[in-house]
Design a protein around this ligand. Sequence first.
Ligand code: SF4
Length: 432
Amino acid sequence: MTAYVEGGSGLLKARRAPGAAGAPSAARDPRDEVEALLGLGPAAGGGGPGRTPTGAQSAEASPEATGAVTPIDLALRAELAVHGLRATPGLSRRGGAGPSNDGHWKLAGPATATGCGTQTTLPMSPDSPFSLDADGQLTKDGVVVEDVSVEAIERPAFYDLCTADGTRYEDLARLHGTNVLATTVVQTCIRYRDEATRCRFCTIEESLRAGTTLQVKRPEDLAEVAAAAVRLDGVTQMVMTTGTSNGRDRGAKHLVRCVEAVLAAVPGLAIQVQIEPPLDLVWIDRLHEAGAAAVGIHVESTDETVRARWTPGKAEVPIARYEEAWRRAVAVFGPNRVSTYLLVGLGEEPDHLVADAERLIDMGVYPFVVPYRPMDGSLAFGDGVPAPSPAELRAVTGRVARALRHAGMRGIDQVAGCAACGACSALGADGG
Ligand code: SF4
């Protein structure tokens, strides 16, 4: 079935995907649906030619000529971030630290060639209105979303290798997106075992419980995996995170060892380390001296009511201490080499969250804005706490992206880490 609608930038086409599951909602005006999905705002409303994953490319504005990747519209990106995708990914992850239970894809908007796209993680959601049709085209409620290219990121070759003692590389580090190697160097956290101190969105020890990772990664093993991932799969940067330890370094000591070992094996690899504020801030200097290029010190929210409810253990670390750690890190690593996660959907007032982000930007800290993701195994999932609405995510992300653009801060300039990767945030869809 094919329907044509006039849009602000020309004739737009929407058609029912053959064989696609789901049906358009009877209550919705299909013109509104398609216009929203096609992003007729300034970001994507240029009416540029599109290319689908099946290769139906317009003759105009070849992205091979421009080398550019056009991000998808922010409204659509926010909807996908919240609703996820009902499709089988080639590369996925479950449990562990950070956003998880997702598939990894390359997404691109109009005027972008097949094979190019922005790396994106999307929740694996059997109930999502978004799916892929038999040709691999993105659909919503069974209607093709035109001018969006979706391409699966495939399982990397290094996953098939093992260390000499038989440990699977895949259990030591994972590919995130197309070019990021990610590992949790210590998979346990002092705050996790007691529900009174555990962060309610976190699943760091669930992958350990599932037997798909090791509690402590040996530096020499990570070096071996990194060398293989660079050689076989084109990895260009690495993220090392850790559960919080009870030492004064809060986990930095083992991160230092791992950074040094990896850089000895792969000189020049850009590495971001992620850590709570150490009790002794000299550990921030030591992480830099070891060769880390960037550091993430993640607060998730600076609203004390939200912190007390969502991160009760971490909330015992005063925000003033985070600020000391961020300032020390900026002094050592440089501006826009320090970042923090800010989560949308924890109940923080949007104006407060945006003001947080603007303060961080002024400090030289990149606020990596991501939606709270209800992940199986987390306390909040057990409580049935839903993800934020796409409208809230879009509004907050758009405002923070504007502040980042104004400050000239781009995620990619972090060189390594989540902000440089960008796959779990919608910021990249709006120039952040
Ligand atoms: S932003 Fe990239 S590196 Fe960070 S968790 Fe998401 S996929 Fe991994």
